[in-house]
Design a protein around this ligand. Structure first.
Ligand SMILES: [Zn+2]
Length: 311
């Protein structure tokens, strides 16, 4: 467990089976004898037992809420077991709960690209998505709603793009302690977050959400994966600039005659590992969706063979 501020802890657990360097984060907010979790992580034994053990370090803690930033199973699947053990209420954005329910039966984009040859992983992911959907939400919220934790206020900030009902809650700690923004997967400790095309996500909304998050002028940012960010607005600007550069690159490649999604992916990611071609393709498509909304390119067709031209 890592103390981030006098009111915020990161409940970091070791997960032996997890292959990536940055497993999903679960944060605990505490004031007096009340607490709230931001996200729930995975539901495996190591994750759940490890986190319940950490909660014991706050004797008499009344865990009031588990706020789920978005439905992806690496953030939501542990919620049922944590609720059962603590009595906390699960909180989600009103647009995200229906997507959580759908994700139990429908294939949709998620944070973890499971390699096609890892059959056991596919089955585990499906089981966990069902577990997350079965837990559902006890409280549905919308932008601006506030929940209290002891004397502190946690404001719900709707920040769609990665998913439609993504939340980035803002904690005002009072006094000189400043505010903490829980960015969810809008900001990761590494690389860039996956922004699917509608209906699963939306690049236009994603960039607007990053700007909205900047307008909150938070003092610290806790992310869905990876380390705490000490200069939130600088990091958010980096992400906005990165996406803008990628857009300009795409427009100039299209002008140079790269006329399909497939040829754009090959030009942008020349050394791409075959296993993540699907993810790279969907990122290019998300940018093209935004550029088309803005009247800068035209697209015709579907998938990697989609034809692209300058508008
Ligand atoms: Zn995610």
């Amino acid at each position: 467990m890592e103390q981030v501020t006098p009111h915020v802890y990161s409940l970091h657990v070791q997960i032996d089976w997890f292959p990536q360097p940055y497993p999903p984060n679960v944060h605990l907010i505490v004031d007096g004898d009340e607490g709230t979790l931001i996200d729930a992580g995975f539901p495996d034994g190591q994750s759940i037992d490890g986190r319940l053990e950490m909660l014991k370090e706050f004797p008499g803690l009344n865990l009031r809420y588990i706020v789920i930033t978005h439905h992806h199973f690496d953030h939501s699947a542990g919620a049922a077991k944590l609720r059962e053990a603590t009595g906390a209420k699960i909180v989600m954005h009103e647009l995200e709960e229906p997507v959580l329910q759908k994700s139990a039966t429908e294939e949709m984009p998620s944070d973890m690209e499971v390699p096609a040859d890892r059959k056991e992983w596919h089955e585990m992911a499906l089981t966990w998505r069902k577990e997350a959907a079965a837990a559902g939400a006890d409280v549905l919220v919308k932008d601006g709603d506030v929940v209290s934790i002891g004397g502190l206020a946690l404001r719900m900030v709707h920040s769609p793009g990665h998913t439609v009902g993504h939340l980035s809650p803002l904690l005002e700690q009072g006094g000189d302690l400043g505010s903490v923004l829980f960015a969810g997967d809008n900001v990761l400790g590494m690389g860039t977050t996956v922004v699917p095309t509608p209906p699963h996500g939306d690049m236009v909304q994603y960039i607007a959400s990053l700007k909205k998050m900047q307008s909150l002028n938070a003092d610290l940012m806790c992310c869905g994966h990876g380390p705490v960010v000490k200069e939130p607005n600088r990091k958010l600007q980096e992400l906005i600039d990165h996406r803008r550069q990628r857009e300009e690159q795409i427009v100039s490649l299209v002008a140079d005659g790269k006329g399909t999604v497939k040829s754009l992916v090959a030009a942008i990611y020349p050394e791409l590992d075959k296993r993540i071609i699907g993810m790279a393709t969907s990122q290019v498509q998300s940018h093209l969706y935004k550029l088309e909304q803005e009247g800068r390119v035209r697209t015709d067709g579907e998938g990697p063979d989609t034809k692209v031209s300058v508008a």
